[in-house]
Design a protein around this ligand. Structure first.
Ligand SMILES: N[C@@H](CCC(=O)N[C@@H](CS)C(=O)NCC(=O)O)C(=O)O
Length: 207
């Protein structure tokens, strides 16, 4: 199995972290969308990362779908998902907010830092920055739905929602510290610290 994409990408780490936690071996192909397009396109003409090349040659794209396939490779009780169906809607909405914020982090980064300076549309960059912050703040504001006193968001167990929070909170805090910080987001700030101390987070850290 090969995971295509640099771990600078939070979407690639979203897949790499569960692979590590599940103990599924894979070869990391460290390809960047800015410098390694040819390598990325060999596996997916959509030219996005991550893609996961399975041993039978099938190529999976899109982190949500890749995670669904990876989850199916491990016993049900080990999957990093909620177990209680009554949490399905909240879990889905929290994940959608966090991965939506990840999308906005990528878009903001490209708009604000990748474009030649003379082409930067400052108002749009600011809009994207506020969307990134908004996705994270929206989850914090719904903290009342989370398991009381637990270090995790749902069911006192590690899920993909905790992993997404651990990845996107630091990005939002970096891009929008005026809005997303330990004071405005105590629950997510603490969770992100915890997540980033996990071996699987450290092992996939780009730095
Ligand atoms: N929805 C996709 C988003 C992946 C994504 O945006 N990847 C970025 C890197 S962080 C990328 O490949 N960008 C290049 C492009 O979309 O052209 C997923 O969950 O995998």
């Amino acid at each position: 199995m090969k995971l295509v994409g640099t771990t600078i990408s939070h979407f690639v780490r979203r897949v790499a972290i569960p692979l590590k936690i599940y103990g599924i071996n894979y070869e990391a192909i460290d390809a960047s969308v800015t410098t390694d397009q040819a390598v990325i396109k060999q596996h997916s003409k959509l030219a996005r990362i991550p893609s996961l090349v399975l041993d039978d040659g099938d190529v999976l794209i899109d982190s949500d779908y890749i995670l669904a396939e990876i989850d199916a490779m491990v016993p049900e009780n080990e999957r990093l998902i909620i177990q209680d169906p009554s949490n399905r809607r909240h879990y889905g909405q929290v994940l959608a907010s966090l991965t939506g914020a990840m999308d906005k982090a990528t878009a903001w980064f490209y708009e604000a830092h990748r474009r030649p300076k003379e082409f930067v549309w400052a108002e749009w960059a600011e809009h994207l920055r506020l969307q990134l912050a908004g996705g994270v703040l929206q989850v914090e504001e719904n903290a009342h739905i989370f398991a009381d006193g637990s270090e995790y968001l749902f069911e006192d167990r590690l899920t993909h929602a905790d992993i997404a929070a651990g990845l996107v909170y630091p990005l939002a805090n970096m891009a929008a510290a005026d809005l997303v910080n330990a004071e405005s987001c105590p629950r997510l700030a603490k969770l992100a610290l915890h997540m980033n101390s996990l071996e699987a987070f450290k092992a996939t850290s780009p730095s």
